[in-house]
Design a protein around this ligand. Structure first.
Ligand code: FAD
Ligand code: PYC
Length: 416
């Protein structure tokens, strides 16, 4: 108890936090590990955590070129849900949501999960039919999802402009009540702390610059901190998946785009669920601090900048003010971007590769935060056993040559 008392807080504050126990170590890289994970975002850290926890593989390093969670993990708008069309996607995203539901307890770290509901608006007959078809498919998979009438939408979100005369009339919506938000940094930090405690080395400021191979097998990586050897290497570098794969001579069917978001000044609680509009490319939730968290679609051009274009912001804010006239006088505080790697079918790759011991996880596009626990859990299985779990077996690289695509453009929602 004394450790957490007000006196302890004061003592640590006055001593410039010198006495705090670090949440994870900062070790020097060893010359060799049993497995290396490239990328210290949520997916990479979750993979390392489950490798250690579920498979007893603890001689593992996570190599991160910047700081953990500094990529898309710390830049996303924190929406989680499992309302996908196809059985393959429903299974893996639902596994992820279920892991999220127990994650604070599992990691003993509050990820601030708030299952406040995710609503997708329909503005025309096509939207409505797509949502109805998807809600039926989701329910057949035993996952919660429902269709709302315009009146039910208005009751749940009174500040939405539901007038039939509005520029974007609302014909109805889909709702997943178990969907919501979770604190993105906490997810990365919780997994980092959990993995570190199990013996995983988390090595920041360590960029992978080459992938070592001998006789068709991976043997390690070149980094800005020297050569590190391992018989198993997992690439989990969203935003740079194809750059990393190229180092091993593999060409991925991935396109990289900036995706941006912004927050308003904080206001009193006014918006109690997540509302997304695919057709007009805007979505909004309210953070615990009171800021409105606003997102849009991807930029129109490929790029590796973490900024985004002004015209996307103009379109997004125009749509926001049509849908929520009450927000038109809000001031915006910050805007930023991330780099999203999109696959042609808007589904991820969690797969073995043509090189023995090299595994690839990427292409989560605009929607991988919700997938973080499920991705790490299935990728750890794939790496530890050298074969996919049944949940990620459909998400191979081969599907782009076999034709077994998993088209999720509808469920990928606003951002595609
Ligand atoms: P990252 O967190 O990007 O981790 C990859 C890491 O790899 C980075 O830290 C990077 O520095 C590192 N790396 C790259 N190259 C190297 C190298 N050569 N050597 C070592 N390390 C390297 N998804 C949702 O589900 N819900 C949302 O609401 C949502 N909103 C989004 C909003 C925005 C603005 C953005 C940009 C994305 C959003 N996403 C959302 C998508 C989601 O953020 C990503 O799909 C997800 O975070 C990917 O996680 P990750 O751990 O794979 O990637
Ligand atoms: O996948 O739910 C999502 C999402 C919301 C915003 C960006 N991606």
């Amino acid at each position: 108890m004394g450790k957490y008392s007000i006196f302890s807080l004061l003592r640590n504050g006055l001593s410039f936090h010198e006495g705090w126990e670090k949440a994870w170590r900062s070790p020097e890289p060893k010359p060799e590990y049993d497995a290396i994970i490239v990328g210290g975002g949520g997916h990479g850290l979750a993979t390392a955590y489950y490798l250690a926890k579920e498979h007893g593989l603890t001689n593992v390093a996570v190599l991160e070129k910047g700081w953990i969670g500094g990529g898309n993990t710390g830049r996303n708008t924190t929406i989680i849900r499992s309302n996908y069309l196809w059985d393959e996607s429903a299974a893996i995203y639902e596994k992820s949501l279920q892991l999220y539901e127990g994650l604070s307890q599992d990691l003993n770290f509050n990820i601030m999960l708030s299952q406040r509901g995710v609503m997708n608006l329909a503005h025309n007959l096509h939207d409505m039919r797509e949502l109805q078809r998807r809600v039926h498919a989701i329910r057949l998979n035993g996952i919660d999802s429902e269709i709302l009438t315009t009146a039910q939408v208005k009751e749940m979100v009174p500040i939405l402009n539901c007038s039939p005369k509005s520029r974007y009339p609302i014909l109805g919506a889909s709702l997943q009540r178990r969907g919501g938000v979770a604190r993105h940094d906490a997810v990365a930090w919780g997994y980092a702390r959990g993995a570190d405690k199990l013996g995983v080395d988390i090595i920041q400021q360590c960029e992978v610059t080459g992938i070592l191979r001998e006789g068709g097998k991976v043997t390690g990586v070149e980094t800005t901190r020297g050569t590190i050897r391992a018989p198993k290497v997992g690439l989990v570098a969203a935003g740079h998946s194809s750059v990393l794969a190229e180092m091993a001579g593999i060409r991925l069917p991935i396109n990289s785009y900036p995706l941006q978001a912004m927050v308003s000044e904080p206001v009193k609680p006014i918006h109690h669920c997540v509302v997304m509009s695919n057709a007009v490319h805007v979505y909004v939730s309210q953070s615990d601090k009171g800021e409105l968290v606003l997102g849009a679609g991807i930029d129109g051009y490929h790029g590796y900048s973490q900024r985004g274009s002004l015209h996307v912001i103009e379109g997004q804010l125009g749509a926001l003010c049509e849908l929520f006239p009450i927000f038109s006088r809000l001031r915006l505080m910050r805007q930023w971007g991330g780099i999203v790697d999109t696959c042609p079918d808007a589904s991820p790759i969690i797969s073995k590769s043509p090189i023995d011991g090299l595994y690839i996880n990427g292409g989560w596009g605009t929607g991988g935060f919700k997938g973080t626990p499920g991705s790490g859990w299935t990728f750890a299985h794939t790496i530890a056993r050298d074969e996919p779990h049944e949940l990620n077996a459909p998400f191979t690289i081969d599907r782009f040559t076999s034709g077994a695509l998993i088209d999720e453009h509808g469920a990928a929602a606003v951002a595609h």
